[in-house]
Design a protein. Structure first.
Length: 129
């Protein structure tokens, strides 16, 4: 008997240490130009395109577009889960916490570097005073 389970059931089954119909899949890092090709438009979730989206649409609309793009990619590629990274800070905070350190290309290292910078900041700069 060939039964197909839902994405949620597949993930729940795997997380409960039972055997699903197949391993749940997701993409940890999918960037331009491949993401652009899959979407048929520039991918807002990529740092390469981010500044252009913020300039054209504003920060909040750029964040919303990045979410739409991530969901569209997951649906088009048949993913079971989404990797959801932290949003880029609003433009007013970019000078306080920069993730564009020269020499860091890996998105995971960029986030790690940004988190280290935030951890070293006085508490008043990382929370509302």
């Amino acid at each position: 008997m060939n039964t197909t389970i839902t994405t949620r059931e597949r993930i729940d089954t795997a997380l409960n240490h039972r055997e699903p119909d197949r391993t749940p899949i997701f993409e940890y890092v999918l960037l331009s130009p491949l993401a652009d090709l899959f979407l048929g438009r520039p991918y807002a979730g990529d740092r390469v395109n981010w500044n252009a989206f913020v300039e054209a649409k504003g920060w909040e609309s750029a964040v919303r577009q990045a979410v739409v793009d991530r969901v569209d990619l997951a649906e088009r590629l048949g993913h079971d889960m989404l990797y959801v990274p932290m949003n880029a800070p609003p433009p007013s905070e970019i000078t306080m916490v920069s993730s564009d350190e020269p020499g860091i290309e890996d998105p995971v290292e960029v986030v790690r570097h940004r988190n280290q910078q935030v951890a070293m900041m006085p508490p008043c700069l990382t929370t509302v005073c």
